[in-house]
Design a protein around this ligand. Structure first.
Ligand code: SF4
Ligand code: SF4
Length: 443
């Protein structure tokens, strides 16, 4: 185990509030009387439904097929009957095409996943592993949602030397990855080794922040026999879990502007993704459930729950002891990067790492910029958020391009530190959106 003092550029150190949900116990949530499974749960082309209203399905059945190279399979998280295929609320804040299933709890018993012997797993080639990951419909579970089988298939000529398993979980309040490590370190290591084999990486590192002592100790024990895997403990700092920041912190390498981790011969995979790969490789189990932190204030039972994909927010929150309260707001994700959710029918999807209840605060009054430079100093991507906000207000598209807006990882550090209360991250999101719209018009 190695403690390193490394520091990526910028970042902030907000109070983490992790003690609210931090517990070794993994609880379960009942999916309720219907699940809503969106056909968009990954970056890329939406999946196309391959079932129809009235169809009987079992847990793990494919209900959506990929409609492009960058796309993903969608499976049913429950056995039951397809109730409808229609637009339904989505964590991204708009309605999206979804398959709605009425669960049949008795049928649920009929489908279970059996483990493969280690010998059979050892005989898998790298292609076999990528194919199992693709069949399981895995997409990055740390929030990026990039189809994992595509990430594990770098273009010809690109060599990946180092695989980093990202256990940093730097967002305040969230403890889902930490709980997964405390309960399933051995399985995460097996999943990581399968990924390492798939991409042919020589070096395998598990990176974690120093505010998770129990998880570090569990990993140390699990890695005792695994001399070839490095455990790196980093000082806690947000947004160290961003893949470019983690590479900078661990490998001292900077991913070039507009580039990808593979440009510096690295690949980063989230802890929950490594666990999902383990289940795909050892059990042929698709990604149909995940661990989610349910936390915040006004909850009787905050903690970490194993939740079936498609379970509605209202079902999750009522089982976690939340009583709807007009002064509270639900956020999917953490406080820095999460999105507020108004419709309680919004479902948990593959990238939902947390559900947070916060007190509604009056929007901070916004004042003119005082040119203090704090947003620039704290931006982990070396951007100038204040100049980007003024270029956006002037509708200066060339200026936005010159300021490398597309490099923004939407971490929210600039808004967090701005003494003038300027919602800079919103300007960044809108600027990226305007640039995309502009590029589409030109093509
Ligand atoms: S949201 Fe974007 S601009 Fe603001 S600090 Fe993060 S990376 Fe920099
Ligand atoms: S932090 Fe706020 S006030 Fe300071 S330069 Fe940036 S935008 Fe202006």
């Amino acid at each position: 185990m190695l403690f390193i003092k490394s520091k990526f550029r910028g970042g902030v150190h907000p109070k983490d509030f992790k003690d609210i949900s931090r517990d070794e116990k993994l609880l379960s949530i009942d999916p309720g009387d219907e699940v809503i499974i969106p056909l968009v749960q990954h970056i890329g082309a939406p999946a196309a439904p391959n079932v129809k209203k009235g169809d009987k399905i079992v847990r793990g059945d494919i209900i959506g097929t990929p409609s492009g190279f960058i796309s993903s399979l969608i499976h049913s998280s429950v056995a039951g009957t397809v109730k409808d295929i229609d637009l339904r609320p989505h964590p991204l804040g708009k309605n999206m095409m979804s398959v709605i299933v009425s669960p049949d709890t008795q049928a649920e018993e009929r489908s279970s996943y059996k483990p493969k012997p280690q010998q059979q797993v050892d005989a898998l080639s790298s292609k076999d592993i990528v194919s199992l990951v693709q069949k399981a419909g895995i997409a990055g579970m740390g929030g990026a949602s990039f189809p994992t089988h595509v990430k594990l298939s770098p273009p010809k000529g690109k060599i990946i030397e180092t695989l980093i398993i990202n256990s940093a979980e730097c967002e305040p309040y969230l403890t889902a990855d930490e709980t997964l490590v405390r309960n399933h370190a051995g399985e995460i290591i097996k999943g990581a080794k399968a990924i390492q084999k798939a991409i042919g990486a020589k070096r395998l590192i598990i990176a974690i922040e120093d505010n998770k002592p129990e998880a570090i100790s569990v990993l140390r024990k699990a890695l005792f026999e695994e001399g070839a895997i490095e455990l790196i403990v980093l000082p806690t700092r947000y947004p160290q879990g961003g893949e470019k920041q983690l590479i900078q912190a661990v490998l001292y390498k900077e991913v070039p502007s507009g580039g990808l981790p593979m440009d510096v011969q690295a690949l980063v995979q989230n802890t929950a993704t490594a666990f999902a790969v383990y289940e795909a490789v050892y059990y042929d189990k698709p990604l149909i459930e995940r661990v989610v932190t349910v936390t915040g204030h006004n909850l009787k039972q905050p903690g970490n729950y194993r939740i079936k994909i498609g379970t509605k927010l209202r079902d999750v929150l009522s089982q976690a002891g939340y009583e709807e309260n007009p002064s509270s707001l639900a956020v999917m994700g953490g406080p820095m990067m999460g999105l507020p959710v108004i419709d309680m029918d919004t479902p948990v999807i593959k990238s939902t790492s947390g559900i947070l209840i916060i007190d509604k605060v009056r929007l901070k009054k916004e004042f003119p910029c005082i040119r203090c430079g704090r947003c620039i100093e704290h931006c982990p991507m070396g951007l100038s958020p204040t100049e980007i906000a003024s270029s956006f207000n002037r509708k200066d598209m060339d200026g936005l391009n010159d300021l490398h807006v597309t490099d923004c990882i939407e971490c929210g550090c600039c808004s967090y530190v701005c003494p003038a209360g300027i919602p800079l991250v919103q300007y960044l999101k809108l600027s990226k959106w305007e640039l995309r719209k502009n590029a589409q018009k030109k093509s």
